[in-house]
Design a protein around this ligand. Structure first.
Ligand code: NAD
Length: 237
């Protein structure tokens, strides 16, 4: 078993080759929706039906997509390392469906919904959960409305303590498919650099924070990542 301690942070780009749209590229989700209309607590307060429809469409789309070679490469990496942490900004479940375990979803997940009263999340992916009708929770005596289990802009990302600890203790920090615009995720490379890790970027094009990385690989993650993973596993056997 390889002794390298590797932390990987993924963004929307790793799921692009599976057919899940990114946010900021041409054809990205923000071209049809302004961020403040669908991904903020204010939007939920003003027009919950519109926000609900947006996320229900994203949740239904999960059933039509499959993990790609980049997701599989990270599962292979995890299976061959003693210490590995996978952090994702993605709300899809393609890492898990590829076989990755203990994925830290810092921006929440599409497959779960959260009770507005108890704040408990539950997996709700039955056909009846995916219509545009409002969902009722199964935890409160008085059924309450449920919200998408998503960290909206202005809300606190999840698992931050675990994420910071893993980044502080890693030898290699790899970012895959992220535009480097959304903080605190975009700042983790600086933390990794400060902790002395070797930092690697795999992205279709040079993002805002490309200069922060020791090593940059530009191209589709599904093509570049399998090769990078075998190189990492070989050179450190
Ligand atoms: P982003 O949309 O801002 O940036 C995506 C990046 O991926 C771009 O820099 C682009 O060049 C790159 N990219 C596109 N195709 C690629 C490919 N085939 N291989 C490698 N790189 C590729 O995404 P972000 O940085 O993750 O931040 C946006 C926010 O959007 C996140 O908070 C995330 O929660 C959310 N989001 C999630 C999903 C998802 O769950 N799949 C999809 C869209 C947005």
């Amino acid at each position: 078993m390889n002794q390298l301690r590797i932390v990987v942070l993924t963004g929307a780009g790793i799921s692009a080759e599976s057919g899940v749209r990114t946010f900021r590229d041409n054809g990205g989700l923000w071209e049809e929706h302004r961020v403040e209309d669908v991904a903020t607590p204010q939007a939920w307060a003003i027009d919950p039906a519109m926000v609900w429809r947006f996320y229900q469409a994203r949740r239904r789309q999960l059933q039509e997509v499959e993990p790609n070679d980049a997701h599989h490469a990270l599962t292979h990496l995890q299976n061959n390392l003693k210490q590995f942490t996978l952090i994702t900004q993605n709300v899809d479940d393609l890492h898990e469906r590829s076989g990755s375990r203990e994925v830290l979803h810092m921006h929440g997940e599409l497959k779960t919904l959260r009770c507005e009263i108890s704040h408990r999340s539950e997996v709700r992916m039955k056909p009846s959960d995916l219509t545009d009708d409002v969902a009722l929770c199964s935890c409160c005596a008085q059924p309450s409305g449920m919200r998408p289990d998503i960290v909206w802009f202005g809300e606190m990302p999840m698992h931050m303590k675990e994420i910071m600890n893993a980044v502080d203790a890693c030898d290699v920090f790899i970012v895959v498919g992220s535009s480097g615009h959304v903080y605190p995720a975009a700042g983790l490379v600086d933390q990794a650099n400060n902790a002395g890790a070797h930092t690697i970027l795999v992205n279709l094009e040079a993002p805002a924070n490309a200069a922060a990385f020791n090593e940059v690989h530009l191209g589709p993650a599904g093509e570049l990542l399998p090769e990078l993973v075998s190189k990492l596993l070989k050179t450190n056997d």
